[in-house]
Ligand binder design. Structure first.
Ligand code: SF4
Length: 72
């Protein structure tokens, strides 16, 4: 489970987020470069909520090796 107290500050407002435990593995940004962005340190954050692509978001949640991706 990602930690809602450690949300990346660049997450777009909304229910989906990435926390600061991200280890910059690029998995989620490869799954959906539309939903996820990378900051200057290549840490991921939710760039855009795309409810029509929720299945890709769920795939990213399940694929993140450090469980840094989730929703409220
Ligand atoms: S899958 Fe997880 S660890 Fe990898 S870039 Fe995305 S948030 Fe970071």
């Amino acid at each position: 489970m990602p930690d809602p107290a450690k949300k990346h500050p660049q997450n777009a407002p909304g229910p989906w987020y990435v926390d600061l435990n991200c280890i910059s593995c690029d998995t989620c940004t490869d799954i959906s470069p539309e939903i996820f962005g990378r900051d200057a340190e290549r840490k991921a954050y939710v760039k855009e909520h795309r409810p029509e692509e929720a299945s890709l978001f769920v795939f990213a949640v399940e694929s993140c090796p450090v469980e840094a991706v989730g929703g409220e």
